[in-house]
Ligand binder design. Structure first.
Ligand code: HEC
Ligand code: HEC
Length: 393
């Protein structure tokens, strides 16, 4: 009886609403049968995953969400778009083809396969993208926001192909295509109150889904929760891991030539704890070659250093924009940065007055750094259902 009354009251509200858009509530307009036909029990519109209310540790305070906060409806739409091969011209490639959950939403390959060739840089992990001060995305920060980033791969001639170039369809034609797909006729109204599909709505959904991908169940997090500051020793760490943490965080002291005479390895000045997001003011780190052989001095961003390794301790993919280093090679790189005359964009923190940095790390120090970096990996994010493929049968 009570339910019935609520229902009637709701219909009256709808009927009287002059504008419509804000008044429409999800449960009424979405047809679960249409959703179930495609997604089985992977999506239940009456019981969506809780993307908006996830626990965030209280020591995490960076957040690049602007005016597109996560909602359960928006992130659910984003999940479907992220895994949908219909977003590519030949229905073979989804975002998830190059951003795979099992690899921290990156790719184990050096360069990823798109509809027309392979990418010019290594794919990026999409972990904790939200928890960063940097608002710009891509290795070279060419996207001004995550929203702006999300539809670029769709319009990229190599990646998903709706480029409008060389006789290929453009983004408007993608929208026409999506308009004919039954589940989008349900999912867009669930989020926005009507069936209209626009680039902005696609961007907002994808960005909400990506911002929802979070990983805070690492050994680092267990330790961090037990102390007040990042630079205190963590009770759950081995001596070696604590030593690595100190080396990572402390600044090096260089002589004029850039040779380290004391202090740490200075990593934390750019990869900042506890999010391990990149300092927005970072310049390049001296890795200036590229997959094509040309020089690439514009790379000034890295994804968080969390989840570089999976929970088994294996690399989720090769490292750097070039996808050609393992952890030992990364540390060897920083240990002995080359000052190339072609590099006018090397970060000042990686050089002394005369030369580029020589950290002069001992083997023991390198091992400690490596052990510390392994504490930054979670396990839940690799299998959690809310970020998994909803199309999988
Ligand atoms: C063919 C492979 C491929 C596909 C498909 C693809 N990406 Fe990517 N993605 C990449 C590569 C490679 C990069 C790094 C490119 C660069 O910086 O030049 C990247 C970077 C990103 C970034 C930037 C991450 C950061 O921390 O700056 C985001 C976000 C992203 N992709 C989301 C998506 C979304 C959303 C889709 C689907 C609409 C998608 N990608 C489709 C390969 C792909
Ligand atoms: C001046 C800022 C800066 C400092 C200091 C710095 N890095 Fe980086 N780091 C970057 C940038 C920028 C990138 C992306 C470079 C690229 O892909 O070419 C990066 C990339 C990385 C990557 C690869 C990330 C990925 O997703 O592939 C690792 C690992 C890394 N750094 C570890 C370290 C360690 C360990 C130290 C200390 C020894 C350190 N960094 C010091 C700026 C810095």
């Amino acid at each position: 009886m009570r339910n019935q009354l609520v229902c009637i009251a709701f219909i009256v509200t709808l009927g009287c609403s002059p504008s419509g858009e804000e008044e429409v509530t999800t449960e009424v307009t979405v047809n679960q049968d249409v959703i179930a036909e495609v997604f089985g029990d992977k999506i239940d519109v009456n019981n969506l995953f809780d993307y908006q209310g996830q626990d965030i540790p209280d020591y995490i305070d960076k957040d690049n969400t602007d005016d597109n906060p996560i909602t359960n409806e928006g992130a659910t739409l984003g999940r479907v778009l992220f895994y949908d091969v219909n977003l590519s011209i030949d229905n073979t490639i989804a975002c998830a083809s190059c951003h795979q959950q099992a690899f921290a939403f990156g790719d184990g390959l050096q360069a990823s396969d798109g509809v027309d060739g392979t990418t010019g840089r290594h794919s990026m992990r999409l972990i904790n993208s939200r928890f960063a001060d940097e608002e710009k995305f891509f290795w070279d920060e060419r996207a001004s926001s995550l929203e702006d980033q999300t539809t670029k791969p769709i319009q990229d001639h190599i990646e998903m192909g709706f480029s409008g170039e060389d006789g290929n369809p453009d983004f408007d034609e993608l929208i026409t295509k999506l308009d004919t797909i039954t589940y989008y006729q349900e999912l867009f109204p669930m989020v926005y109150g009507d069936t209209e599909i626009t680039e902005e709505r696609v961007q907002n959904g994808l960005a909400q889904f990506i911002r929802s991908i979070q990983s805070f169940d690492s050994k680092y997090d267990v330790g961090r929760a037990q102390v007040n500051r990042n630079n205190q020793p963590f009770p759950n760490f081995t001596n070696q891991e604590n030593e690595g943490k100190t080396l990572f965080g402390d600044r090096p002291d260089f002589d004029n030539n850039g040779l380290r005479i004391s202090g740490g390895a200075g990593c934390g000045a750019c990869h900042r704890a506890p999010e391990f997001d990149i300092d927005p003011d970072s310049k390049n780190n001296g890795v200036i070659h590229s997959l094509s052989g040309a020089s690439d001095t514009d790379v000034t961003r890295a994804p968080t250093l969390r989840d570089i390794l999976n929970s088994e301790g294996e690399l989720n993919g090769p490292l750097m924009h070039t996808g050609d280093m393992d952890m030992a090679e990364v540390i060897a790189h920083y240990n002995n940065v080359e000052l190339s005359r072609y590099n006018n964009n090397l970060d000042g923190r990686l050089r002394g007055r005369q030369g580029a940095q020589q950290l002069n790390l001992s083997n023991e120090e390198m091992e400690a750094l490596t052990a510390f970096l392994a504490t930054l990996s979670g396990s839940n994010v690799y299998t959690a259902e809310q970020w998994s493929d909803p199309f999988e049968k």
